[in-house]
Design a protein around this ligand. Structure first.
Ligand code: CAA
Length: 257
């Protein structure tokens, strides 16, 4: 199982655990995450969850090798799978904390964005590098990123594909705290425990009320994102760029077709 679930009293620790691929999200991993989230949802002992990554990465994005094989329809289904799983986090009444221990790229940044509170270790790296692979963000980035950091910052990140460090992410409000790397998990646990001590009905109600405000139009907007994402899979540029990543060759210039 590429996603681990550990329970410490009222806190669940969910670890994305495919370190040989820097925890890149393939379909199997998304399905594993969905299963774990169902367990978190139905376990009445769990009041708060933390998501983190095994090894040096939080999640280095959707699996490029798997995406390189997809046609337009399959890409849309892959995008909907990501939307469905990440929306489980957002729509669950229990709060989720992302403990971002390393690379949070593409789908990894989007996973963190679906969480309620984002804490980073000082080695964390953030990017939405999809345009460098010939695609648009596909797991909610076009919708959640501007809601969190504003339209201008989101456009700059998404249109350049450039990465930023934890201090820069703190500056623009992508994360709420940065901690020394070896303190990150303890700080995330302390935060989770302090939330878990509060009245569950009140905590859950507060999350639901805030999410109602932030996510009013999100479902339709995610469908629009899926259209934009999947149509890239009909292009030469997407095929060329993903093949270059898989074969570790330098990619050609984009042609716009
Ligand atoms: N998909 C598939 N495999 C990946 C991966 C990904 N997103 N990221 C890393 N890996 C694999 C590498 O292929 C490599 O595998 P092998 O050992 O079998 O060759 C292994 O993880 C280790 O990676 P590197 O050797 O590249 O490690 P590095 O330290 O030199 O570089 C990195 C790290 C800069 C993160 C680099 O791996 C990288 O650029 N990864 C891709 C990041 C990316 O573009 N993510 C966005 C994907 S698109 C997306 O997520 C779409 C969406 O919105 C749904």
């Amino acid at each position: 199982m590429s996603v681990q679930l550990e329970k410490r009293e009222h806190v669940a620790i969910i670890t994305m655990d495919r370190p040989e691929a820097l925890n890149a999200l393939n379909r199997e991993m998304l399905n594993n995450l969905s299963e774990v989230l169902c367990n978190v949802k139905t376990d009445n002992d769990i009041r708060v969850a933390i998501i983190t990554g095994a090894g040096k990465s939080f999640v280095a994005g959707a699996d490029i090798g798997e995406m390189a094989q997809l046609n337009v329809e399959e890409a849309k289904a892959f995008c909907h799978l990501g939307h469905t799983v990440f929306s489980m986090i957002e729509s669950m009444k229990k709060p989720f904390i992302a403990a971002i221990n390393g690379y949070a790229l593409g789908g990894g940044c989007e996973l963190a964005l679906a969480c309620d509170i984002r804490l980073a270790g000082e080695k964390a790296k953030f990017a939405q590098p999809e345009v460098t692979l010939g695609i648009t963000p596909g797991f909610g980035g076009t919708q959640r990123l501007p809601r969190v950091i504003g339209i201008s910052n989101a456009l700059e990140l998404i249109l350049t594909g450039k990465s930023m460090n934890a201090a820069e992410a703190l500056d623009i409000g992508l994360v709420s705290k940065v901690y020394p790397q070896d303190e990150l998990m303890q700080r995330a646990l302390d935060l989770a425990e302090s939330i878990a001590q509060n009245a569950p009905v009140a905590v859950y109600g507060a999350k639901q009320a805030i999410r109602r405000f932030t996510d009013a139009a999100l479902i339709g907007d995610l469908d629009y994102e899926a259209d934009m994402f999947s149509r890239c899979f009909a292009t030469h540029d997407q095929k060329m760029a993903m093949k270059a990543f898989v074969t570790k060759e330098k990619r050609d210039e984009f042609k716009g077709v």
